[in-house]
Every structure is written in structure tokens, then in C-alpha cells.
Design a protein around this ligand. Structure first.
Ligand SMILES: *Cc1c(COP(=O)(O)O)cnc(C)c1O
Length: 416
């Protein structure tokens, strides 16, 4: 059998690079070629590859407990995640539901929200999402995500979602107004709104202001709509705070976490909710329980990795590293002045710009060309259409950051 890789057009015969080991910001081949991971291996890796404390925790737990059924049973690593994660979150979050990927954490959030209304005797089940958003590749995720080349074959199978425009700088009021109008018209049908806070990742690293989240939250509360934030990418420091919602004055009803939860070591996800939601399921009626599970829910080894990660967050100033990278980015801005780059933008650990005069669909030729150029220069960057972005693990050295930006500058001189 041959391996069928994700988001890969095997017909283009792209060279697949075999990695033997990894360390900090490097992916290392058998022959010793060191590739700088400029995108944290698809945004999962926060602290650096093969973090020693996380490795130790995984090894220790592997000697104690592998998977066990999580209905009617519990284990210490899961209890610790609930406690440790809880210590980073407002006390309003009373419950954590485990699953195993970002997509499933979103599915859980949507089901939780709609089930909440159902258990209150209401049929509110419409979902509101933002244009250009991405919430994973399962059907709930695809339905709430933007319609694009990603999901074109399945478009007739996706459920209807109401969309509000992306709140581009200066046009925030339009997004807020669109939501208000939607609520006025059919507020009693809408069950939940789900958003990527502060940055639409796959949509092209599109940033927006915290006050938009605050306004959308206020409106949601006015109309009894569950407000969920998909922090799968933004969680664990990407935007400069531990969670993106920390930059707002609101506490969402539900948040979805996954990528950085184990530091990017092994899969685990959590959907965290307020008491009100949990209480809607609390009953002596079995039909009102939350009917969701993944076989590998709350995997003890993954939970142990998450606990090691949370311990690192507790004992170290991780956000200082994010700030260090952010400061480095700010110093790079002048060198883009005379390059064919527009919308140069920075948020936390994310640096992005759009290549001028190029179409920005995901399969655009310039993105593919640049991707190849970066790889040939031992840098892993995967442009989204004409959007080039950098989002490395937080331990990245100044030397590696310099290498990335030198190659980016060269690419804009040589590739266009
Ligand atoms: C990556 C991502 C997902 C999907 O997570 P998977 O673990 O790949 O299923 C969902 N939402 C957002 C915002 C993401 O960035």
C-alpha cells in the first residue's frame, strides 16, 4: 500500500520529505538535513518539537495506562487536565468535554449548543458563522467553514449556515449590523454562533479587532444564542495572550481547544463550557444526556502530555517568548516596503502578508511556487493562496527567524 497524504495532489509528484527526528524548531531528515518549521507543523506545535518534559510525561503514563473506556470510568490524568486547564480559565467554565481533534471539538461545541436548546424544549438549531472561516474538515466543521475549493464536492451535503461578513478593518460595523439584522429576523431559530477569535487562520490569516467579538457576544446574549469560540488555532499563545478571548472583556459560552493543548505532541481536544450548558443536560431523564463520544476520548497518555504542557505554561513565561518573536517581526516591517508585499500584518506569533498582484485562492500558482522555493531553502512555510505567513514554535532562535525572513525576502525578489 502507498500513503495518501492530506491536502496533497499526488499527481504533481511533489517530493515527500521523510523526517527521522525533530527538535525545537527543526525537522531533521536521516541525512541530517535540518528544515526550519516556520508553521509549527500546521499550527500544532507551540513549545518546540520533542519538548523533553512532555516526552517524559508521555513515557511515564505509557507505563501506567493506555486507553480505557471513559463512560462510567475516570483516570487521574484527565482529572488533572480539568484542574490544570481550569486554573488558566475563568471560573465560569465548569465543565470540560474531551475529544481528539480540533474538528471533533467543534462538532462537540455545535452539538452541545443545539442540544442545549433541545433540552429546553426549543428547536433552535441554526448556526451562524463568519465568512472565510475554517472549523475543520468534518461535516459540521465544513458546514460552518467557508465554502471553498476545500469542500466543493460536498457542498450539497453541508447544512445551511447563516454567515456574517468578515469584519475587515474599518468595516466592523457592517459585521455587527449584519448579525443584528439576522437576529431580528430569525433570532428565535438561531442556536449558536461559532467564530475563530481575532484571526481567521485558513481563510488567509485575516485579523480583526477584539471589540467585534464583544459586540457579537452582547447581541448573542440579548437573543439567547450560544456564543462559541473556536480557539483550536488561537489557543495557547498564538495571538499574544494564552487564549484569544483574553483580549476581550467577555467570556464565551463555549471554547474549543486542541492544537496547542498537548504542546503539539499527540492528539487531544477539549470543549469547555459554562454551567448553564451542562445544566441543560442534567436530569433524571436518560434521553437528555449528551450523546457524543470518540473511542479515544480523554486518552490518558494524551492527557499526561497536556498536563506536562500546562505545567510548563504555569512555571515559565511562555508569552515572553511570543513577545520576543513579535518584536522581531516588528523589526522586519521596513524590509517589506520595497517588496511586492501588501497588508503586512502581525498578531502575537503570527506574521503575514499578501503577495501583490496575485489571486488569492488556495490553489493559486504563486503559493505553490513559493512553497517549493522555501522547501528548497530548508524552510517550511505553506502559503495560503497568495498569503505568506510565519507561525513558528515559540522556542525558535533569532538565527532561525533571520533565516526565514532572509529567504522570504529572496523569494519575493526571485520568484515573481
Ligand atoms: C486546525 C483547525 C481546526 C481543525 O482541527 P483538526 O485537529 O485538524 O481537526 C478547527 N478549527 C480551527 C480554527 C483550526 O485552525
Amino acid at each position: 500500500m502507498e500513503i495518501w497524504h492530506p491536502f496533497t495532489q499526488h499527481g504533481l509528484n511533489e517530493d515527500i520529505i521523510e523526517i527521522e527526528t525533530s527538535e525545537k524548531e527543526f525537522l531533521i531528515t536521516k541525512s541530517g538535513r535540518k528544515i526550519i518549521d516556520g508553521i509549527s507543523s500546521w499550527w500544532v506545535n507551540t513549545l518546540g518539537h520533542k519538548n523533553p518534559e512532555i516526552s517524559t510525561a508521555i513515557k511515564k503514563e505509557a507505563d501506567k495506562l493506555h486507553q480505557i473506556i471513559f463512560a462510567g470510568f475516570v483516570h487521574e490524568p484527565s482529572k488533572s487536565v480539568a484542574k490544570n486547564l481550569g486554573s488558566f480559565l475563568p471560573a465560569d467554565y465548569t465543565h470540560i468535554f474531551f475529544s481528539d481533534s480540533g474538528s471533533t471539538s467543534v462538532e462537540v461545541a455545535l452539538k452541545m449548543a443545539v442540544g442545549y436548546h433541545y433540552n429546553h424544549g426549543s428547536s433552535r438549531s441554526k448556526i451562524v458563522a463568519m465568512e472565510h472561516s475554517y472549523h475543520g474538515d468534518t461535516f459540521g466543521g465544513m458546514s460552518s467553514g467557508a465554502k471553498s475549493v476545500f469542500n466543493a464536492p460536498y457542498v450539497n451535503m453541508l447544512f445551511d449556515v447563516e454567515r456574517i461578513p468578515y469584519p475587515k478593518e474599518g468595516e466592523e460595523e457592517e459585521t455587527i449590523k449584519a448579525y443584528k439584522n439576522l437576529l431580528k429576523k430569525e433570532g428565535d431559530k438561531i442556536g449558536a454562533i461559532i467564530l475563530e477569535p481575532l484571526v481567521l487562520g485558513s481563510g488567509g490569516m485575516l485579523f480583526y479587532k477584539p471589540f467585534v467579538i464583544e459586540e457579537l457576544y452582547k447581541l448573542s446574549k440579548e437573543y439567547g444564542v450560544i456564543f462559541a469560540l473556536d480557539e483550536v488555532m488561537t489557543g495557547f499563545g498564538r495571538t499574544g495572550t494564552m487564549f484569544a478571548f483574553n483580549q476581550t472583556n467577555i467570556i464565551p459560552d463555549i471554547i474549543c481547544l486542541s492544537k496547542g493543548l498537548t504542546g503539539g505532541s499527540i492528539p487531544l481536544a477539549a470543549t469547555v463550557c459554562k454551567k448553564e450548558i451542562y445544566d441543560a443536560y442534567l436530569s433524571n431523564d436518560k434521553a437528555k444526556m449528551f450523546f457524543h463520544s470518540s473511542s479515544y476520548t480523554a486518552n490518558p497518555i494524551a492527557c499526561a502530555a497536556a498536563n506536562a504542557n500546562l505545567e510548563i505554561w504555569k512555571n515559565n513565561d511562555i508569552l515572553a517568548d511570543v513577545k520576543r518573536i513579535n518584536d522581531f517581526y516588528k523589526n522586519q516591517i521596513p524590509r517589506f516596503k520595497n517588496l511586492p508585499a501588501k497588508n503586512v500584518r502581525i498578531l502575537g506569533n503570527i506574521f503575514a502578508f499578501d503577495v501583490q498582484n496575485e489571486g488569492n485562492d488556495y490553489i493559486s500558482n504563486i503559493g505553490i511556487k513559493l512553497y517549493g522555493y522555501y522547501r528548497n531553502n530548508d524552510i517550511l512555510l505553506r502559503p495560503l493562496g497568495n498569503t505568506v505567513y510565519v507561525m513558528p514554535p515559540y522556542c525558535i532562535s533569532e538565527d532561525s527567524l533571520n533565516k526565514i525572513f532572509n529567504v522570504i525576502e529572496k523569494s519575493l525578489r526571485e520568484c515573481l
